[in-house]
Design a protein around this ligand. Structure first.
Ligand code: CAO
Length: 550
């Protein structure tokens, strides 16, 4: 059995292309024409086939290596005599420079150089027949430059961009995604065209040079490369084409996997076969949702709610009933909306309402602020609430915990988030280590964080790590409400506007300033009795703040 070196065949103009995928390993049995590696330039990717059948004895290339025509890819122990006469083994001889004519691209029908309608044809794409159009980059009305990529075509071995032979305004595009094309097919009609990319030599069909099977692949790639040196001069980033080899793309298409949503873990973020399989598994297990699935889910008000077995969201033509204005929701609203929805749907939440007597505390706050007038720091009710909450969280530690699988994580730190209303939507800055700070310092930090929130300048760090959240509408009004827990926290305190109320002291009604408290809690972690005790304790502290010291 002979050992045969399998070399990179004639790959046209490509010089030093990177190996981005190894499709076989030592010990594998390969067939003649089986793809061995994938190489890639910035214009095209292609798979290099084996010139012979046999068992792989040695791999001579590694990921990231640069190869060119004649580079040895691997050594195969040939299966039989018949397989050996590898057309690609003699790359130089095989293909009389299919790419030599650099303008292989230009339209087979000579294009007029003067302005006026000009037809753009599919250039010489070598041995490839009936290649599928997988992407269209342009639309009627676009101004096209010479050699700007118009479409991408793909066979099962290579993908390539087809450039325009002329400049002008695209009047008509004759192909669409899914069509199959061949050399000479009419691709587009341009108007006001300004001369061909390259003069006539193009007409000389470089394809004739196309060679035996192993080399065939080279020709189209060569065509693409020589044809489109400027690639996509409009600068459209990678034209939205996910970074994957043609075979991976084909595999993804067969499975219906949206490649643009797959995170590539290959070199330079390239999407590999494993990535597509991993993505498919994650979707099937429910760990990941595709964008299409998300669009159907009730994450936005327009969603369908199909996963929950809900009837679809009502679709109403509001304009039928009166004038309307449609405005896209802001980014923060969309993000917080999705979070709120998840938290509302996934947490079995219950809200307890209670009142705290803050008559003395408010008097103390007002007098403190009078004394501190010159310091510029205003002590706020919310700062007292933060401090009082920390005391209650310490007494009832499950309120400061989080669910993690089958465990409860009890946090030994007390970071308190507070909801801040901003022009862009609701934000929750966090007072870190509130247990170690005094009410004055908390007031000051809150003021700074609330300002940053309103100015849209909060950093992610300033919004993370909360163990409990307070949402205060006290400055605005209202009586009670049911705040939504900020997962993975397990409780949230809602506070409304205090009111002077008659409170029975056993003998008479006394005017007392009562603060409405609404505590929402996760019933998986907390039960109703604990919640009632938490609220009662909070009320006691707010009623007599000296208890914080106990
Ligand atoms: N009862 C009565 N009055 C109250 C009060 C209460 N519980 N809490 C605050 N006030 C009064 C204050 O005394 C102050 O009045 P003066 O201007 O007369 O002194 C005024 O309301 C403003 O209060 P403040 O300066 O102390 O601010 P705050 O601490 O109440 O609020 C902040 C700060 C950032 C929380 C607030 O600006 C905010 O954004 N609140 C909205 C939060 C929200 O949207 N929550 C809902 C989330 S769920 O959708």
């Amino acid at each position: 059995m002979a050992l045969v070196e399998v070399k990179v065949p004639d790959i046209g103009d490509f010089d030093e292309v990177a190996v981005i995928e190894l499709l076989v390993k030592v010990g594998d049995t390969v067939k003649a024409e089986q793809s061995l590696i994938t190489v890639e330039s910035d214009k095209a990717s292609m798979e290099i086939p084996s010139s012979t059948a046999g068992v792989v004895k040695e791999l001579r290339v590694a990921l990231g290596d640069k190869v060119k025509e004649g580079s040895v890819v691997l050594v195969v122990e040939a299966a039989g005599e018949a397989a050996a006469p590898a057309p690609a083994a003699a790359p130089a001889a095989a293909a009389p420079a299919p790419v030599a004519a650099p303008a292989a691209v230009a339209a087979p029908a000579a294009a007029p150089a003067a302005s006026g309608p000009v037809q753009v044809f599919v250039p010489d794409i070598g041995d490839f027949k009936d290649v599928a159009v997988i992407e269209v980059f342009v639309k009627p009305g676009d101004t096209i430059k010479v050699e700007q990529s118009l479409i991408t075509v793909e066979s099962d071995k290579a993908s390539m961009e087809i450039p325009s032979s002329h400049a002008g305004v695209l009047k008509e595009l004759k192909v669409k995604v899914g069509d199959t094309v061949n050399i000479g097919d009419l691709l587009a009609i341009l108007e006001g065209a300004a001369g061909a990319a390259a003069p006539a030599p193009a007409a000389a069909p470089a394809a004739q040079a196309a060679a035996p099977a192993a080399v065939a692949m080279a020709a189209p790639v060569a065509a693409a490369v020589s044809a489109a040196p400027a690639h996509n001069p409009t600068g459209t980033p990678a034209l939205g084409l996910p970074h994957a080899s043609p075979s991976v793309r084909k595999f993804a298409r067969e499975l219906g996997v949206p490649l643009e949503e797959v995170q590539g873990k290959g070199p330079k973020g390239r999407i590999t076969l494993d990535d597509v399989q991993g993505f498919t598994k994650s979707v099937m297990s429910g760990a990941v949702q595709t964008a299409a699935q998300k669009a159907k889910a009730p994450a936005s008000t327009g969603g369908g709610g199909s996963e929950l077995g809900l009837i679809p969201w009502p679709k109403v033509d509001f304009a039928k009933f009166g004038p309307i204005e449609r405005k896209e929701m802001g980014r923060i609203k969309k993000i917080s909306g999705a979070n709120l929805l998840r938290n509302a749907v996934m947490i079995p939440a219950v809200t307890n309402h209670d009142d705290a007597d803050i008559t003395d505390l408010e008097a103390f706050r007002v007098s403190t602020n009078k004394e501190n007038e010159k310091s510029g720091v205003k002590v706020t009710m919310l700062a007292f609430l933060i401090k009082a909450s920390v005391a209650a969280l310490k007494k009832f530690p499950e309120f400061n915990s989080s669910i993690d699988g089958d465990s409860l994580v009890y946090k030994q730190y007390w970071h308190i988030g507070f909801a801040a209303d901003t022009p862009n939507g609701l934000m929750v800055p966090v007072i870190k280590d509130a247990d170690k700070k005094g009410v004055l310092q908390i007031s000051q930090e809150m003021g700074e964080l609330a300002k940053k929130a309103r100015d849209g300048k909060l950093s992610p760090a300033e919004m993370s790590g909360a163990t409990f959240t307070i949402s205060s509408l006290g400055g605005i009004g209202g009586r009670y409400f049911t705040p939504i827990i900020n997962a993975p926290e397990v409780a949230i305190l809602g506070v409304c506007k205090s009111n002077m109320e008659p409170v029975w002291d056993g003998k008479t009604f006394q005017p007392r300033l009562m603060l409405p408290l609404s505590l929402t809690w996760d019933h998986r972690v907390i039960d109703g009795a604990a919640a009632a005790r938490f609220n009662a304790y909070l009320g006691q502290i707010l009623g007599d703040f000296r208890r914080v010291l106990l």
